[in-house]
Write a protein that binds this ligand. Structure first.
Ligand code: COA
Length: 260
Protein backbone atom coordinates (compact mmCIF):
# COMPACT_ATOMS: atom_id res chain seq x y z
CA UNK A 1 0.00 0.00 0.00
CA UNK A 2 1.30 3.48 -0.91
CA UNK A 3 1.22 6.45 1.44
CA UNK A 4 1.79 10.13 0.60
CA UNK A 5 2.62 11.41 4.06
CA UNK A 6 4.30 8.52 5.82
CA UNK A 7 6.73 5.67 5.32
CA UNK A 8 5.66 2.15 6.19
CA UNK A 9 8.09 -0.73 6.40
CA UNK A 10 8.14 -4.16 7.99
CA UNK A 11 11.48 -5.78 8.85
CA UNK A 12 12.40 -9.47 8.88
CA UNK A 13 11.60 -9.70 12.59
CA UNK A 14 8.00 -8.59 12.03
CA UNK A 15 8.42 -5.08 13.39
CA UNK A 16 6.49 -2.46 11.41
CA UNK A 17 7.85 1.09 11.46
CA UNK A 18 5.49 3.94 10.62
CA UNK A 19 7.35 7.21 10.02
CA UNK A 20 5.19 10.31 9.72
CA UNK A 21 6.80 12.23 6.89
CA UNK A 22 6.11 15.96 6.60
CA UNK A 23 9.50 17.21 7.75
CA UNK A 24 9.07 20.73 6.32
CA UNK A 25 6.08 21.16 8.70
CA UNK A 26 7.73 19.29 11.57
CA UNK A 27 5.38 16.37 10.81
CA UNK A 28 2.25 18.32 11.83
CA UNK A 29 -0.93 16.28 11.47
CA UNK A 30 -3.33 17.33 8.74
CA UNK A 31 -6.25 15.36 7.31
CA UNK A 32 -4.00 13.53 4.83
CA UNK A 33 -1.59 12.40 7.57
CA UNK A 34 -4.43 11.22 9.80
CA UNK A 35 -5.94 9.28 6.94
CA UNK A 36 -2.59 7.66 6.01
CA UNK A 37 -1.89 6.90 9.65
CA UNK A 38 -5.26 5.22 9.98
CA UNK A 39 -4.64 3.10 6.88
CA UNK A 40 -1.12 2.17 8.01
CA UNK A 41 -2.38 1.12 11.44
CA UNK A 42 -5.11 -1.02 9.88
CA UNK A 43 -2.53 -2.57 7.55
CA UNK A 44 -0.25 -3.47 10.49
CA UNK A 45 -3.25 -4.81 12.42
CA UNK A 46 -4.29 -7.09 9.56
CA UNK A 47 -0.79 -8.39 8.73
CA UNK A 48 -0.19 -11.62 10.67
CA UNK A 49 3.58 -11.18 10.14
CA UNK A 50 3.59 -7.92 12.16
CA UNK A 51 4.29 -8.50 15.87
CA UNK A 52 4.85 -4.93 16.98
CA UNK A 53 4.79 -1.37 15.69
CA UNK A 54 7.09 1.62 16.07
CA UNK A 55 5.64 5.06 15.42
CA UNK A 56 8.10 7.88 14.78
CA UNK A 57 8.58 11.15 12.89
CA UNK A 58 10.84 11.95 9.94
CA UNK A 59 14.00 13.96 10.55
CA UNK A 60 15.89 14.63 13.75
CA UNK A 61 13.89 17.62 15.07
CA UNK A 62 10.32 16.53 15.44
CA UNK A 63 8.12 13.56 16.24
CA UNK A 64 4.89 15.48 15.55
CA UNK A 65 4.60 19.24 16.26
CA UNK A 66 0.85 19.01 16.71
CA UNK A 67 -2.27 19.15 14.64
CA UNK A 68 -1.76 21.37 11.59
CA UNK A 69 -2.58 24.87 12.83
CA UNK A 70 -3.40 26.03 9.29
CA UNK A 71 -6.69 24.16 9.55
CA UNK A 72 -7.88 25.96 12.69
CA UNK A 73 -9.07 29.40 11.47
CA UNK A 74 -11.76 27.79 9.30
CA UNK A 75 -13.30 25.60 12.00
CA UNK A 76 -16.69 26.47 13.52
CA UNK A 77 -18.10 24.61 16.52
CA UNK A 78 -19.47 21.70 14.49
CA UNK A 79 -16.31 21.33 12.39
CA UNK A 80 -14.17 21.53 15.51
CA UNK A 81 -16.20 18.81 17.18
CA UNK A 82 -15.84 16.58 14.11
CA UNK A 83 -12.13 17.42 13.89
CA UNK A 84 -11.57 16.23 17.46
CA UNK A 85 -13.67 13.08 17.01
CA UNK A 86 -11.77 12.15 13.86
CA UNK A 87 -8.35 12.43 15.53
CA UNK A 88 -9.62 10.62 18.62
CA UNK A 89 -10.97 7.76 16.48
CA UNK A 90 -7.59 7.24 14.78
CA UNK A 91 -5.71 7.43 18.08
CA UNK A 92 -8.20 5.06 19.76
CA UNK A 93 -7.56 2.54 17.01
CA UNK A 94 -3.85 2.69 17.84
CA UNK A 95 -4.51 2.26 21.55
CA UNK A 96 -6.89 -0.63 20.89
CA UNK A 97 -4.42 -2.62 18.77
CA UNK A 98 -3.71 -6.06 20.16
CA UNK A 99 -0.06 -5.73 19.09
CA UNK A 100 2.30 -3.52 21.08
CA UNK A 101 2.93 -0.01 19.76
CA UNK A 102 5.99 2.01 20.81
CA UNK A 103 6.28 5.73 20.11
CA UNK A 104 9.89 6.57 19.29
CA UNK A 105 9.79 10.28 20.09
CA UNK A 106 12.60 11.92 18.16
CA UNK A 107 11.99 15.62 18.89
CA UNK A 108 8.92 17.86 19.34
CA UNK A 109 5.88 16.00 20.67
CA UNK A 110 3.56 18.96 21.08
CA UNK A 111 -0.23 19.07 21.16
CA UNK A 112 -1.45 16.29 18.88
CA UNK A 113 2.10 14.90 18.89
CA UNK A 114 2.07 14.44 22.65
CA UNK A 115 -1.46 13.03 22.35
CA UNK A 116 -0.35 10.59 19.64
CA UNK A 117 2.58 9.41 21.77
CA UNK A 118 0.20 8.90 24.70
CA UNK A 119 -2.13 6.75 22.57
CA UNK A 120 0.81 4.37 21.97
CA UNK A 121 1.35 1.65 24.58
CA UNK A 122 4.94 2.65 25.39
CA UNK A 123 7.09 5.73 24.79
CA UNK A 124 10.84 5.94 24.20
CA UNK A 125 12.26 9.45 23.83
CA UNK A 126 15.52 10.83 22.49
CA UNK A 127 17.32 13.26 24.79
CA UNK A 128 16.29 16.18 22.56
CA UNK A 129 12.57 15.35 22.72
CA UNK A 130 10.24 18.08 23.96
CA UNK A 131 6.72 17.41 25.24
CA UNK A 132 3.81 19.72 25.86
CA UNK A 133 0.14 20.55 25.36
CA UNK A 134 0.43 24.16 24.10
CA UNK A 135 -3.16 24.45 22.83
CA UNK A 136 -4.13 27.19 25.29
CA UNK A 137 -1.54 29.42 23.58
CA UNK A 138 -3.81 29.19 20.54
CA UNK A 139 -7.00 29.82 22.51
CA UNK A 140 -8.13 26.20 22.30
CA UNK A 141 -7.80 23.03 24.39
CA UNK A 142 -6.37 19.60 23.55
CA UNK A 143 -8.87 17.69 21.38
CA UNK A 144 -7.11 14.44 20.50
CA UNK A 145 -7.26 12.96 24.01
CA UNK A 146 -4.80 15.15 25.95
CA UNK A 147 -7.18 16.10 28.76
CA UNK A 148 -7.98 12.41 29.32
CA UNK A 149 -4.77 10.47 28.69
CA UNK A 150 -2.32 12.93 30.28
CA UNK A 151 -3.94 12.80 33.76
CA UNK A 152 -4.13 9.01 33.52
CA UNK A 153 -0.39 8.85 32.82
CA UNK A 154 1.02 11.55 35.10
CA UNK A 155 -1.79 12.34 37.56
CA UNK A 156 -4.34 15.13 37.59
CA UNK A 157 -2.13 17.75 39.29
CA UNK A 158 0.73 17.65 36.78
CA UNK A 159 -1.63 17.27 33.83
CA UNK A 160 -3.57 20.34 34.96
CA UNK A 161 -0.34 22.34 35.20
CA UNK A 162 0.88 21.25 31.76
CA UNK A 163 -2.45 21.87 30.04
CA UNK A 164 -3.21 25.22 31.73
CA UNK A 165 0.28 26.69 31.31
CA UNK A 166 1.03 25.20 27.89
CA UNK A 167 4.61 24.80 29.14
CA UNK A 168 7.00 22.57 27.24
CA UNK A 169 8.99 19.98 29.18
CA UNK A 170 12.23 18.14 28.42
CA UNK A 171 12.55 14.40 27.82
CA UNK A 172 14.24 14.07 31.19
CA UNK A 173 11.30 15.76 32.96
CA UNK A 174 8.86 13.62 30.94
CA UNK A 175 10.70 10.55 32.26
CA UNK A 176 10.60 11.83 35.86
CA UNK A 177 6.82 12.23 35.74
CA UNK A 178 6.14 8.91 34.02
CA UNK A 179 5.19 10.32 30.65
CA UNK A 180 7.91 8.28 28.90
CA UNK A 181 9.38 4.86 29.64
CA UNK A 182 12.98 5.50 28.52
CA UNK A 183 15.19 8.43 27.48
CA UNK A 184 18.21 7.64 25.29
CA UNK A 185 20.69 9.50 23.05
CA UNK A 186 19.19 10.18 19.62
CA UNK A 187 21.27 7.52 17.85
CA UNK A 188 19.99 4.87 20.28
CA UNK A 189 16.33 5.76 19.87
CA UNK A 190 15.30 3.27 17.17
CA UNK A 191 17.51 0.42 18.48
CA UNK A 192 16.00 0.92 21.96
CA UNK A 193 12.44 0.90 20.60
CA UNK A 194 13.24 -2.27 18.63
CA UNK A 195 14.86 -3.95 21.65
CA UNK A 196 11.77 -3.23 23.69
CA UNK A 197 9.54 -4.76 21.03
CA UNK A 198 11.85 -7.78 20.62
CA UNK A 199 11.59 -8.42 24.35
CA UNK A 200 7.81 -8.27 24.11
CA UNK A 201 7.69 -10.30 20.88
CA UNK A 202 9.51 -13.16 22.64
CA UNK A 203 6.44 -13.67 24.84
CA UNK A 204 3.28 -15.37 23.66
CA UNK A 205 1.39 -12.98 21.36
CA UNK A 206 -1.92 -14.06 22.91
CA UNK A 207 -0.74 -13.21 26.42
CA UNK A 208 0.45 -9.81 25.16
CA UNK A 209 -2.86 -9.03 23.48
CA UNK A 210 -4.87 -10.13 26.55
CA UNK A 211 -2.58 -8.07 28.79
CA UNK A 212 -3.10 -4.99 26.60
CA UNK A 213 -6.86 -5.51 26.77
CA UNK A 214 -6.79 -5.93 30.55
CA UNK A 215 -4.63 -2.80 30.93
CA UNK A 216 -7.13 -0.81 28.88
CA UNK A 217 -9.78 -1.80 31.43
CA UNK A 218 -7.78 0.05 34.10
CA UNK A 219 -9.78 3.18 33.25
CA UNK A 220 -12.90 1.47 34.65
CA UNK A 221 -13.89 1.44 38.32
CA UNK A 222 -11.68 -1.06 40.19
CA UNK A 223 -14.32 -3.76 40.70
CA UNK A 224 -15.23 -3.73 36.99
CA UNK A 225 -11.58 -3.74 35.94
CA UNK A 226 -10.95 -6.72 38.23
CA UNK A 227 -13.91 -8.60 36.76
CA UNK A 228 -12.55 -7.92 33.29
CA UNK A 229 -9.08 -9.10 34.33
CA UNK A 230 -10.42 -12.36 35.80
CA UNK A 231 -12.39 -13.14 32.63
CA UNK A 232 -9.36 -12.48 30.42
CA UNK A 233 -7.13 -14.49 32.77
CA UNK A 234 -9.52 -17.40 32.33
CA UNK A 235 -9.27 -17.11 28.56
CA UNK A 236 -5.46 -17.12 28.64
CA UNK A 237 -5.48 -20.27 30.79
CA UNK A 238 -7.26 -22.14 28.00
CA UNK A 239 -4.58 -21.37 25.39
CA UNK A 240 -1.89 -23.75 24.13
CA UNK A 241 0.63 -21.02 24.94
CA UNK A 242 -0.32 -21.16 28.63
CA UNK A 243 0.24 -24.92 28.69
CA UNK A 244 3.54 -24.47 26.89
CA UNK A 245 4.65 -21.68 29.25
CA UNK A 246 4.11 -23.73 32.41
CA UNK A 247 5.53 -26.94 30.90
CA UNK A 248 8.65 -25.12 29.65
CA UNK A 249 9.19 -23.63 33.10
CA UNK A 250 8.89 -27.02 34.80
CA UNK A 251 11.18 -28.62 32.19
CA UNK A 252 13.68 -25.76 32.65
CA UNK A 253 13.68 -24.76 28.97
CA UNK A 254 12.65 -21.71 26.95
CA UNK A 255 8.97 -21.73 25.92
CA UNK A 256 8.07 -22.05 22.26
CA UNK A 257 4.90 -19.95 21.99
CA UNK A 258 2.74 -20.52 18.91
CA UNK A 259 0.10 -17.84 19.45
CA UNK A 260 -2.64 -20.43 19.95
N1 COA B 1 0.98 23.20 12.35
C1 COA B 1 1.33 23.68 11.16
N2 COA B 1 2.60 24.00 10.85
C2 COA B 1 3.52 23.82 11.79
C3 COA B 1 3.22 23.33 13.06
C4 COA B 1 1.87 23.01 13.33
N3 COA B 1 1.48 22.48 14.51
N4 COA B 1 4.36 23.28 13.79
C5 COA B 1 5.34 23.71 12.97
N5 COA B 1 4.84 24.05 11.78
C6 COA B 1 5.55 24.57 10.60
C7 COA B 1 5.87 26.04 10.73
O1 COA B 1 4.76 26.82 10.35
C8 COA B 1 7.03 26.16 9.77
O2 COA B 1 6.52 26.14 8.46
P1 COA B 1 7.11 27.19 7.35
O3 COA B 1 8.58 26.89 7.30
O4 COA B 1 6.37 26.84 6.09
O5 COA B 1 6.80 28.56 7.90
C9 COA B 1 7.76 24.83 9.96
O6 COA B 1 6.82 23.93 10.51
C10 COA B 1 8.93 24.93 10.91
O7 COA B 1 8.45 25.46 12.14
P2 COA B 1 9.11 26.73 12.86
O8 COA B 1 8.09 27.30 13.78
O9 COA B 1 9.70 27.64 11.84
O10 COA B 1 10.28 26.01 13.66
P3 COA B 1 10.93 26.48 15.05
O11 COA B 1 12.09 25.61 15.26
O12 COA B 1 11.11 27.94 15.09
O13 COA B 1 9.81 26.12 16.16
C11 COA B 1 8.13 24.76 17.22
C12 COA B 1 9.42 24.79 16.37
C13 COA B 1 7.66 23.30 17.28
C14 COA B 1 8.43 25.25 18.65
C15 COA B 1 7.06 25.67 16.58
O14 COA B 1 6.94 25.31 15.22
C16 COA B 1 5.71 25.55 17.21
O15 COA B 1 5.46 26.11 18.27
N6 COA B 1 4.78 24.83 16.55
C17 COA B 1 3.41 24.73 16.99
C18 COA B 1 3.30 23.78 18.15
C19 COA B 1 1.86 23.72 18.62
O16 COA B 1 1.30 24.70 19.09
N7 COA B 1 1.27 22.54 18.48
C20 COA B 1 -0.08 22.30 18.92
C21 COA B 1 -1.04 22.60 17.85
S1 COA B 1 -2.68 22.34 18.45
Amino acid sequence: MEFDTLLYEVDDDGLATITIHRPDKLNALNAAVLSDLDRAVRQARGDAAVRGIILTGAGDRSFVAGADIQQFPELDALDGHRFALRGQAVFNRIEELSKPVVAAVNGFALGGGCELAMACHLRVASENAVFGQPEVNLGIIPGYGGTQRLPRLVGLGLATELILTGDRISAERAYEIGLVNRVVPADELMPTAKDLLHTIAAKGPLAISFALEALRASDQPLREGLRHEAALFGQTCATEDAAEGATAFLERREPDFKGR
